[in-house]
Design a protein around this ligand. Structure first.
Ligand SMILES: Nc1ncnc2c1ncn2[C@@H]1O[C@H](COP(=O)(O)OP(=O)(O)OP(=O)(O)O)[C@@H](O)[C@H]1O
Ligand SMILES: [Mg+2]
Length: 622
């Protein structure tokens, strides 16, 4: 059990480890190249560094594919020679040609095999790089970005867009190579008979144009299919994630109808797609037969009048079937290009968005932290929205515990987000040990601050790995100690596998209070000098809360702690209480002082008390 939380979360499929890379420790390798940041370039030019990073395998694939195809092109010519020299004139033994054809076919086969292997390797390596480039970028993006984007859309879009860009970047050169070989074949045909070569090639423009027509009609429909697939996926996703809401409102029939409607629209698009394909495919596939008929007609005429050997007809018929696929693919290439361009646009849209909260050049590490925290005339709003905080000032001396109280939506959670720089202030400054947090490196700042959010998120992993998330190397004794301090050890030991019990997705197999205690243990294990607890005990009943408080009281000693508090009992943990209203601190003192001097404080507490009371009256609601 030495795997860290992150590693043990790599999903294992049915095949298990049998199909994992043998003997290779899977680890993160940074992408070899990134997208060119110059936005004025075309999408292809911007993608060039990623392609160039794989130029060796890609070039190998292309050269081998070219070689294989050129070898293949020899075969019809040999057929012509064989018929003429061995069958008609009997000057060369037939076995000579048979062997040559066999050797060529085997060599072409081997070249094609290796070429394909290298081409697909390049494709998947590029896909891997693109995925890492995007993911790395996403991890650097600030909270403001995630407030705006829809995560489900982001993930599915990234997947299909990466695929279509990757396809174009690798298959476009491969298709172009095939077309180049077609030219070589045309050269051979010219060397046999010039007029017949032109007659034979006369149908290829038709092949090209009908394939373009087909792709043109299919293209909009395939977009429709993509977006309708996404619609269906979104409905399914919301129904699974929101199953508790759906069921409690007995909305299953309505949801099933919604899904059926979306599925029906998807089916319609699929049928359209099938219809277009059914109409065009026979045309595209049968055009070569038309070419064959022309060859037979014109070539036959030439043979009858003694201008051409019979073998040439054989060779031409082989060439004509060999030449169709490149032209069909060429038609496809144009559509692939359009799709890849649109996909690349969406990928670049993400990559071009710079994170707003960044290390300043010359930012220093916060090495040893005293725990002196001050908010100095802080102004803040979310993305140019209304002002949430204005002229907010608060000072916490090292080791002090301050409870922050305020009406709902008064900005308490917002204050706690500014200290670890989840967002940057719009005015004033937040300082730790007298240093502006924007002058410190993000990593060193966040290492010193433990945050327990009101909605704790757990990973699908064992409780032990969840608690050790911030310190993957922690041994079991430390994990147990943290769990004990958070009042979580007791219930964990009652679980079927104790600390090794895997909690369901987002920890839903635990109760809200249990989840919170695991989250508190997770933060305590990191042992940060500054602690932020946002309503961290709201979902915990009063008795359990006392247990946690005992643990917290010990742990808060010597630690600067900011608690967003609703309950009197939580306020009791604090040395000092501040009241937040209208974006600033309106009262500051001990609980008793505030009770005596500030009517608003009494009012806010009374409201909370009432809400709690109601919750107790209706226990089934909770
Ligand atoms: N990510 C966000 N983007 C935009 N606005 C936000 C965001 N988070 C909060 N707000 C807004 O900021 C205001 C303050 O919210 P905040 O969560 O800080 O309140 P709070 O005091 O913690 O409330 P509660 O006691 O209900 O938890 C609210 O009006 C809210 O709508
Ligand atoms: Mg809040």
């Amino acid at each position: 059990m030495s795997a860290t939380a992150a590693e043990s979360r790599v999903p294992s499929d049915q095949a298990g480890d049998r199909y994992a890379p043998a003997g290779i420790e899977s680890r993160y390798r940074p992408p070899r190249a990134t997208i060119d940041p110059d936005r004025s370039l075309s999408w292809l030019r911007r993608a060039r560094p990623v392609v160039l990073a794989h130029k060796r395998t890609l070039l190998t694939a292309l050269i081998l594919s070219f070689t294989g195809l050129v070898l293949q092109v020899q075969i019809p010519k040999l057929l012509n020679d064989a018929v003429t020299n061995s069958l008609q004139r009997a000057t060369v033994p037939l076995s000579h040609y048979v062997w040559l054809v066999l050797v060529l076919a085997v060599a072409a086969g081997i070249a094609a095999y290796v070429a394909r292997l290298f081409l697909l390797r390049t494709a998947y390596a590029m896909e891997f790089d693109l995925r890492n480039i995007i993911y790395e970028h996403l991890t650097r993006m600030s909270f403001g970005f995630y407030d705006r984007v829809q995560s489900g859309q982001l993930i599915s879009r990234a997947n299909s867009d990466i695929r279509s860009v990757q396809m174009y970047l690798t298959f476009a050169p491969a298709i172009l190579v095939q077309c180049a070989v077609a030219l070589v074949a045309f050269g051979y045909m010219l060397s046999i008979n010039v007029p017949l070569a032109f007659v034979a090639m006369s149908t290829t423009p038709l092949v090209y144009f009908s394939s373009v027509r087909m792709r043109k009609s299919i293209f909009p429909v395939s977009w429709l299919i993509q977006s309708r697939l996404a619609d269906v996926a979104t409905i399914v996703d919301e129904n699974i994630n929101g199953v508790r809401v759906v069921k409690s409102f007995v909305a299953e029939p309505r949801e099933v109808r919604t899904l059926a409607r979306a599925a029906d629209r998807l089916k319609w698009a699929y049928v359209q797609d099938a219809d277009i394909r059914a109409r065009f495919t026979p045309t595209v596939q049968n055009l070569p037969q038309l070419g064959l008929a022309l060859i037979l007609l014109f070539g036959g005429y030439l043979v009858i009048h003694g201008h051409l050997q019979v073998g040439a007809i054989l060779a031409f018929s082989a060439y004509i079937t060999m030449l169709q696929p490149p032209f069909q693919l060429l038609g496809m290439l144009i559509m692939l290009g359009q799709r890849a361009k649109a996909s690349a646009g969406r990928i670049y849209e993400i990559l071009d968005e710079a994170p707003t909260v960044l290390d300043r050049p010359g930012a220093i590490d916060l090495a040893s932290c005293e725990g002196d925290v001050s908010f100095e005339s802080v102004d803040f709003d979310y993305a140019d929205g209304p002002a949430i905080l204005s002229d907010f000032s608060l000072h916490l001396t090292p080791g002090e515990t301050v409870a922050m109280v305020g009406r709902t939506a008064s900005g308490k959670t917002t204050v706690s987000r500014l200290l670890p720089r989840f967002y940057d202030v719009t005015g004033g400054a937040v300082k730790v040990d007298g240093r502006d947090v924007r002058d410190l490196t993000l990593a060193s700042l966040r290492e010193q601050i433990g945050v327990v959010l009101d909605e704790p998120f757990l990973f699908t992993a064992s409780i032990r790995d969840n608690i050790a998330y911030g310190r993957p190397g922690a041994d079991i004794a430390e994990v147990q100690a943290a769990a004990r301090a958070a009042g979580a050890e007791e219930f964990i030991l009652e679980l079927p596998h104790g600390f090794d019990t895997v909690v369901g997705e987002r920890g839903y197999t635990l109760s809200g209070g249990q989840r919170q205690r695991v989250a508190i243990a997770r933060t305590l294990l990191v042992n940060p000098p500054i602690l932020i607890l946002d309503d961290a005990t709201s979902a915990v009943d009063v008795q359990v809360e006392q247990g946690i408080h005992e643990g917290l009281r010990v742990l808060m000693e010597g630690r600067t702690t900011l608690i967003v508090a609703h309950r009197l009992s939580t306020i009791g943990l604090a040395d000092r209480v501040v009241l937040l209203d209208g974006g600033r601190i309106v009262a500051d003192g001990t609980h008793a002082e505030l009770l005596a001097t500030t009517p608003l404080y009494v009012e806010v507490l009374a409201q909370v008390e009432e809400a709690e009371h109601q919750a107790r009256e209706e226990p089934t609601r909770r």
